[in-house]
Design a binder for this molecule. Structure first.
Ligand code: ARG
Length: 460
């Protein structure tokens, strides 16, 4: 139970402690303080330009809000849960600091359009942060690709060894995913950066507001078209979370590969000590916990997306208090996405790749079998028969415990008389990779072209 509410004019009864705690959001939405202050200063200046309040009042408001921003940053601000949210905490302190003028700030505005603007500014800022991180992340993958242009490893389909690819090509696949994420978030931002201020509670207002000038002041290129939509739309958060979900999906795929490749049965990489942990009982263990946790946090981000989609489902127009539930999922997911991007950039830079083990896997998996079939087909054998003869060569090599390239010429010619000495050049893994010269293939030229294009984009 507590003090008189800022909205309490018509209320005689009081709220119980548990209801106050249940409805308050300041425990988490205090994080919007900088955006709330920015939006309020823009609103006050616009009110003055429109002659609704005086220029002196607007500058007193701006000065007071800036002082509050400093109090918050210095940890001197006292957050009061009975004031519900960040908006009323700040507004109440403003009146304490500057008196009458502070009470005019909320003219022509509702918390409904106020929170929508504050949260849009907050989400936009976080998405810009993701984008900067994604560029660094793509640059880190591209740099590792450049260093590992010679290393070859099995490419997989169905998780079975399929054809040789270069390690660079494999790493670049991720760089392109992160570039798409970057672009997707940029597209999403065009819909986040739409100012809802001026929608007021739901219907617009009788004050002569100029919403476009508020938008310009906070750096948003657009304003709302419909006041009902403006106060109730949370599509922008859903879109932001779905962008984050895809970032995590991409990261978690590489996390899975890190865990597999670090397994001694693969042995394609050594985990840096800083990104691994030991076991309390098994002394030999080096576990890829960081990659595993990142894979695990992907579920959290998907959960946030699902939570918000579920919250908005079936909500009648316009603002409903349910919408307060948009912030915690976003804030929780946002931290997971931002941290994961940063940590992966550092982790990929620190991985030790082991090309020798990759090469052993190429031999053991007969990754040049397609080459042998193509070779025979090129010599005139129908592809089906060529496939069959190459399959017989695989069976022979398997029984001898060697690679196709280790079979003697007579052994090979017994399978098909079309085979000649020139077959060994074709069976070389370097040749397999070099011959895949189609655009976007694994050949060195294609890989170099990819690296050049990505470097130009990342500027790294
Ligand atoms: N804390 C609220 C939210 O996050 C602010 C808007 C409340 N508006 C209202 N009329 N109760 O959604």
């Amino acid at each position: 139970m507590s003090t008189k509410k800022m909205w309490g004019g018509r209320f005689a009864g009081v709220t119980s402690g548990i209801v106050e705690r249940y409805t308050a959001s300041v425990d988490f939405d205090w994080r919007l303080y900088a955006e709330d202050i920015r939006g309020s200063i823009a609103h006050a200046r616009m009110l003055a330009r429109q002659g609704v309040i005086s220029a002196e009042e607007a500058s007193a408001i701006a000065g007071g809000l800036e002082a509050i921003g400093r109090e918050i940053e210095q940890g001197a601000f006292v957050w009061r849960p009975e004031l519900e949210d960040v908006h009323m905490n700040i507004e109440s302190r403003l009146s304490e600091l500057i008196g009458e003028a502070g009470k005019k700030l909320h003219t022509g505005r509702s918390r409904n359009d106020q929170v929508a603007l504050g949260f849009r500014l907050y989400v936009a800022g976080r998405l810009e942060g993701w984008r900067a991180g994604l560029k660094r992340l793509a640059a880190a993958f591209t740099a590792r690709a450049g260093e590992n242009a010679q290393a070859l490893l099995p490419g997989y389909t169905h998780m079975q060894p399929a054809q040789p690819v270069s390690l660079a090509h494999h790493l670049l696949a991720y760089a392109w995913m992160f570039k798409r994420d970057f672009e997707r978030i940029g597209d999403c931002l065009t819909r986040v950066k739409v100012s809802p201020l001026g929608a007021a509670a739901l219907a617009g207002t009788t004050y002569p507001l100029d919403p476009a000038s508020v938008a310009a002041e906070v750096g948003f290129p657009e304003i709302f078209k419909n006041s009902l939509d403006a106060v109730s739309d949370r599509d922008f958060v859903v879109e932001a979370l779905s962008c984050g979900a895809l970032v995590m999906a991409h990261l978690s795929r590489f996390c899975e590969e890190i865990a597999l490749w670090a397994n001694p049965n693969f042995g394609y990489l050594r985990l840096p000590d800083g990104f691994a942990t030991g076991s309390s009982i098994m002394p030999q263990k080096k576990n890829p916990d960081v990659a595993e946790l990142m894979r695990g946090k992907t579920g959290r981000v998907y959960g946030a997306l699902t939570a918000l989609l579920t919250t908005i489902k079936g909500l009648p127009l316009s603002y409903n208090r349910d919408l307060q539930e948009d912030k915690e999922p976003f804030m929780d997911a946002e931290a997971a996405v931002a941290d994961s991007i940063e940590i992966m950039a550092a982790m990929v830079a620190a991985l030790t790749f082991l090309p020798e083990r990759m090469r052993q896997a190429l031999r053991a998996g007969f990754l040049n079998a397609t080459e042998l079939a193509d070779y025979l087909a090129a010599k005139g054998l129908p592809f089906r028969e060529a496939h069959h003869a190459a399959g017989a060569a695989v069976a022979l090599a398997e029984s001898k415990g060697c690679g196709l390239e280790d079979l003697g010429i007579e052994e090979l010619r017994a399978l098909s008389p079309l085979i000649q000495d020139d077959v060994y050049a074709v069976l070389s893994y370097e040749a397999c990779v070099a011959r895949r010269t189609t655009p976007g293939g694994t050949s060195p030229e294609s890989v170099m072209a990819q690296i050049a294009e990505l470097q130009e984009w990342t500027g790294a």
